[in-house]
Design a binder for this molecule. Structure first.
Ligand SMILES: C[S@@+](CC[C@H](N)C(=O)[O-])C[C@H]1O[C@@H](n2cnc3c(N)ncnc32)[C@H](O)[C@@H]1O
Length: 284
């Protein structure tokens, strides 16, 4: 069959590789089992382009062969690349800006060492925004505080750990923040800025699958951020995760959700406190 530019034919994406309906159904099933991600039908083109790279990397021409290999080897390293390829990592510094003054008020009033878990940290912007807020709010006390930042996507985490971002992204922050928290790159790093070491040192980046039976993090936390990630999960998965978050929070600890996420009808472990912010209910 000759390769075609764009368009769909007979339930099959006609490019140089074949993605059949059966392949797509199998991919949806595998990423659901592995990461809880429910891939919508309209993500087919995204799936094709991202996984085609993996097939080419392995010199394969049939998705069915790639998937059969994966299924035969549940421990294969390729599972990591498969999962990384299918996550959506969209994020930004101080995204959903109204959450950060709320976080500042919350931690200002709390005694002792402040600990925050950023449970879907993606490429790091959210965890650095949390750390900056702690530094602005707690002053010297911020040095004893900790941000645990986790994500299933190890490529995104590597970028988060590096803490290097294009200047055009960093320049969207106000001038005081860019000066205080970033170093401009020179020479080969021109056009980029790196977060300053004192901010980076506050954050512990680790891989974590929210679906895994064990989480390599221990509470208690003053707040958990899990924003714009639950939308990729179905309701039973959301409920299970929310009920595992609750005991990891200190009394009155806060859960920050994404702008289109509502947990009120999923579990009674949390009560809505403000715009997409939930407070942990006492255990019964
Ligand atoms: C759209 S990003 C949200 C990033 C950030 N929280 C924000 O709101 O800007 C969703 C993130 O969830 C992560 N993710 C998806 N499934 C996951 C899972 N099962 N466990 C942990 N992280 C997951 C993805 O890798 C991705 O980085």
């Amino acid at each position: 069959m000759p390769p075609e530019q764009g368009g769909w034919g007979g339930g099959r994406l006609e490019r140089d590789l074949e993605l059949t309906d059966a392949d797509f159904a199998r991919i949806r099933q595998l990423i659901y089992q592995r990461a809880g991600i429910v891939l919508a039908e309209h993500k087919r083109e995204m799936v094709y382009s991202r996984l085609a790279k993996r097939l080419r990397h392995h010199g394969l021409i049939r998705f069915a062969d790639y998937l059969a290999r994966l299924e035969r080897q549940p421990e294969a390293r390729e599972w990591e690349a498969f999962t990384n390829a299918l996550t959506t990592n969209l994020t930004a510094f101080f995204r959903e800006a109204h959450h950060f003054p709320l976080l500042a008020d919350h931690v200002r009033a709390r005694p002792g060492r402040v600990r925050i878990w950023c449970a879907a940290a993606s490429t790091g912007e959210e965890s650095y925004s949390i750390a900056m807020t702690l530094m602005e709010t707690l002053g010297a006390r911020a040095a004893q505080s900790e941000v645990v930042a986790t994500d299933i996507d190890t490529d995104a985490l590597a970028r988060a750990r590096a803490g290097i971002y294009p200047l055009e992204q960093v320049c969207k922050l106000d001038e005081a923040r860019t000066k205080r928290f970033f170093q401009r790159g020179k020479g080969t790093h021109k056009g980029f800025a790196r977060v300053r070491p004192e901010i980076a040192e506050m954050i512990d980046f680790q891989p974590l699958n929210l679906l895994a039976p064990q989480w390599p993090v221990s509470g208690p936390f003053d707040a958990i951020f899990c924003r714009n990630t639950m939308i990729y999960f179905d309701k039973p998965t959301q409920k299970r995760i929310l009920e595992r978050f609750a005991p990891l929070l200190k009394p009155d600890g806060l859960l920050f959700a994404g702008h289109s996420e509502s947990f009120s009808y999923i579990t009674d472990a949390f009560r809505l406190r403000g715009q997409t912010v939930y407070v942990r209910m006492p255990a019964r």
